[in-house]
Design a protein around this ligand. Sequence first.
Ligand SMILES: Nc1nc2c(ncn2[C@@H]2O[C@H](COP(=O)(O)OP(=O)(O)OP(=O)(O)O)[C@@H](O)[C@H]2O)c(=O)[nH]1
Ligand SMILES: [Mg+2]
Length: 201
Amino acid sequence: MNDMNINFNNMKYKITCADVKGLPVTDLPEIVISGRSNAGKSSLINALASSNKLARVSSKPGKTREIIYFDLDGKALVADLPGYGYSAASKEVTAKFSDLCDNYFRCGRKISLVLFLMDIRRTPSEEDIGMLEYLNNAGIPYIMVLTKCDKFSNAEIRKQLGILSDYFDFKDEALVFAVSSKDKKGINDLKSAISGIISAD
Ligand SMILES: Nc1nc2c(ncn2[C@@H]2O[C@H](COP(=O)(O)OP(=O)(O)OP(=O)(O)O)[C@@H](O)[C@H]2O)c(=O)[nH]1
Ligand SMILES: [Mg+2]
């Protein structure tokens, strides 16, 4: 694998976009972090960057409400998307989040890689299943990242992987990683996989 050696510690905040019209114009590959509210998207960005303050994390779902871009070592952009499936917000606000995600995926932007996050303890939601179907149909490369695996024993993780394979029609090339942003388990393997995919792009 022609690994381009991305320095994940060199990740910097770039821009916040409330609307797809404001998305940065770029030739860099784009890595998108997607998944339901509270799945651990912003925490994963911090874990990848070995930082605890780059992306804002909250125990309340719905923290990230705009698309937040980070520059990854000058070699890629990372987009932290608002989570879907967050219904505690007002109807109007909820519609705006999902519109923004929908518009983002529909606006014709070239996406090099989606990190599709799910809390390993949760049963996949309809939206999770829809998202995976969309990625498969659109031929967008993705990595499934099962988060918060510090909450599970290795036996529980194996069992959950079995359950998930009943839900998702994993393609042969689908990559599945169990990680913990808290104790950093699986983070280095995930970084290598991201580097490999981005360098082949
Ligand atoms: N135990 C544990 N908790 C985690 C982990 N990753 C995230 N969390 C917790 O999960 C909650 C949500 O984390 P965020 O990173 O803000 O989640 P998010 O997907 O960005 O959420 P939204 O922006 O609301 O969509 C916080 O309380 C985090 O501390 C993990 O690996 N292990
Ligand atoms: Mg977030």
